[in-house]
Design a protein around this ligand. Structure first.
Ligand SMILES: Nc1ncnc2c1ncn2[C@@H]1O[C@H](COP(=O)(O)OP(=O)(O)OP(=O)(O)O)[C@@H](O)[C@H]1O
Ligand code: SF4
Ligand SMILES: [Mg+2]
Length: 332
């Protein structure tokens, strides 16, 4: 059975911001799915919705099937049991949210004591083992957060996320605040742990290059939607959606003189989720927009080879024709 199946997920905040709009995703155990996109495109809202961690009054619809059980319709008692033990999150900026007045070993032991029938001594022992698993000596359990570097604190957060042997780990920008050396170490660590322990990983980042190196598959989000999805390297190296192309082109390739002399980016800002543009939400910024893009929304199309994209220019694998061709004919 698929570990995680997300169907038509929508998140609307109380003020009317449509942060996630009809997202479908699936993930098997032992696999790594990257979610990329600009700031504000809805990555964290999606992650928080998976475990019903959004503020009161937020409207969440759709299905989030974790091992076949819908998290969105579970009783609260079951949701609490699923958090940590079924799925856990390394929150964005989490390394700053360790409790300053408690030793890190006690902080790692806390969810173990809450979710497992075990003694305080066994939970502390397990905390030591987890620290070693993430490359820190067990003796560091006695340290306070301020005695650790940023990279070490992030390792502690990963140890906490693994504390109750979850089936799914969601890592929201786990390395954004870290220098590139520590970033590489942490990413390797997360990747190895996922493979060794057969858990599923959702890794969120605005850095497409990092995700392409770490993940098996990549989903690119824009204005609350997945606009492109496929094998990670294929999406990074040969994006099919104009936004995916722009995001990918924003990362200079080593040895590519074109990107060295003319780094590319995308003009304009992402749209306000409470006042989205009509038609394809990307059309005001899209270098390939057609007239119809201002009025016609585009659903994700199956391009074959497990790739999907939501653009008038891409051809559906079944029909073999792009709507753009029809548009050209109709406007001729
Ligand atoms: N609690 C909230 N109430 C109202 N709107 C919110 C709330 N949290 C987020 N939003 C809005 O929802 C949209 C998506 O935010 P989200 O945090 O999911 O983006 P993100 O892709 O994670 O961005 P970043 O890369 O900066 O972390 C944004 O426009 C944001 O302003
Ligand atoms: S549908 Fe139109 S506006 Fe949207 S990405 Fe494709 S070309 Fe650009
Ligand atoms: Mg975020």
């Amino acid at each position: 059975m698929t570990l995680l199946e997300v169907r038509d997920l929508e998140v609307t905040y109380p003020g009317g911001a449509a942060a996630v709009r009809g997202v479908d995703l699936s993930l098997d155990a032992g696999r790594k799915l990257g979610i990329a996109g600009e700031s504000g495109c809805g990555k964290s809202s999606l992650a928080l919705a998976l475990l019903r961690l959004l503020p009161a009054g937020t409207r969440i619809t759709g299905e989030v099937l974790l091992d076949g059980e819908d998290v969105l319709t579970m009783r609260w008692g079951r949701v609490r049991a699923v958090r940590w033990a079924g799925a856990s999150i390394v929150f964005q900026g989490a390394m700053h949210s360790l409790n300053a007045v408690h030793r890190i070993g006690d902080q790692i032991a806390e969810p173990i004591l809450l979710h497992r029938r075990t003694t305080a001594a066994a939970a502390r022992r397990r905390a030591g083992e987890l620290l070693e698993q993430v490359g820190l000596p067990a003796a560091r359990a006695a340290a306070y957060p301020h005695e650790l570097s940023g990279g070490q604190r992030q390792r502690v957060m990963i140890a906490m996320a693994l504390a109750c042997d979850p089936r799914l780990v969601i890592a929201d920008e786990p390395t954004t605040a870290l220098d590139v050396m520590v970033q590489a170490q942490i990413l390797r660590l997360i990747g190895d742990l996922v493979t060794e322990q057969d858990v599923g990983l959702i890794m969120i980042s605005h850095d497409l290059a990092v995700l392409a190196d770490t993940c098996d598959r990549l989903a690119v989000m824009y204005a609350g939607r997945v606009v492109e999805e496929g094998a990670a390297r294929a999406v990074y190296e040969n994006a099919r959606h104009p936004y995916g192309k722009a995001l990918s082109a924003a990362f200079p390739r080593i040895g590519d003189p074109a990107s060295r002399f003319a780094p590319r980016g995308l003009a304009g800002d992402p749209p306000d989720p409470s006042a989205l543009p009509s038609g394809c939400a990307f059309h005001p910024r899209c270098p390939e927009a057609l007239e119809l893009c201002a009025t016609q929304d585009q659903a994700l199309r199956d391009l074959g080879q497990e790739r999907r994209a939501a653009c008038v220019h891409v051809a559906d694998a079944d029909s073999g024709s792009a709507a753009a061709a029809e548009d050209t004919r109709s406007t001729a």
